[in-house]
Design a protein around this ligand. Sequence first.
Ligand code: NDP
Ligand code: OXD
Length: 307
Amino acid sequence: MLYLYTPDQQEYYARLLREALPDETVACWPQEAGAAAVTHAAVWAPPDGFFARFPNLHTVFAMGAGVDKLLQRKDLAPHVRIVRLTDAGMARQMTEYCLYGVLHYQRQMDRYAEQQRAGRWRPLETRLARDMRVGILGLGELGGRVATDLARLGYRVAGWSRRPRSIDGIRCLHGEAGLRELLPETDVLFCVLPATPETQRLLNADRLALLPDGAALINAGRGALIDEDALLARLDAGRLRFALLDVFAGEPLREDHPFWRHPRVIVTPHVAADTVPEDAVAQIAANLRAQAAGRPLNGLVERDRGY
Ligand code: NDP
Ligand code: OXD
């Protein structure tokens, strides 16, 4: 039996799953189901203790791409397989989010907004896409697609990953040395890494200082990737032109957080890329079929590397 916990659009997800999996029993929270019959769960942020109810649970489908929160759960036994969504309609949205930030920078929208407030008519220097260096941290399902989409639009794209990668038209770097090479050569840094023990506060004061003066930062990965105090210090000092932030160390962003009112910060409430229900359900159904046939699963999380 598959148990569903997705308070957002729960009924819709349940209908799609039942249509896609006519031979499966799909139960939905808060419906009581014979706990022992539940072998699979499809979830987004279920309450603490949720998984402990199901003694025969062996596979959890995350209804998102990031699994950092799931991997920290004490109620999820180590033998339970975690399967995340890969793309599922999110990659294209990530390109849109990144492109918005890149255009904000390239077309000087932050500066024109400032000039407008001052009632000032002053055309600024034109900058072409081919002169814009975009650095992308994370070259997986989402970052890889953003990199190729931006390169196709004419931007100079470099990307960074854990292991060596090779993507047509992208300068691919990896490891600490690669990051130290990429940061000083970046006008707009787009961060779409998973939060893992290794990436925790990756962008600290030392690494942020490697960005050229006047660079901009977009973070759509996880808030834990950035030392927020170091970022604020860099913005306050005028060394970073702006930050477009979708994810934060604490969400929702607390009311008195300085990011809300900072003139160089744009805040969005974790919306860079939403799961598309039809795509998510198609992926879960395909994985259930693969599992039944003994084929490898798409999006199986490697727990020890953290993503
Ligand atoms: P993938 O697992 O497909 O890709 C992750 C990428 O990060 C890979 O290129 C990987 O390297 C790289 N990486 C991981 N650890 C390190 C490290 N220590 N050093 C360098 N590179 C590293 O993930 P997705 O692209 O599907 O998703 C990325 C993240 O985006 C999610 O984990 C989630 O946090 C975030 N997200 C945010 C959303 C939002 O709305 N804001 C929506 C969806 C996702 P390698 O290629 O070598 O494995
Ligand atoms: C995800 C997210 O990880 O929406 O899918 O953040």
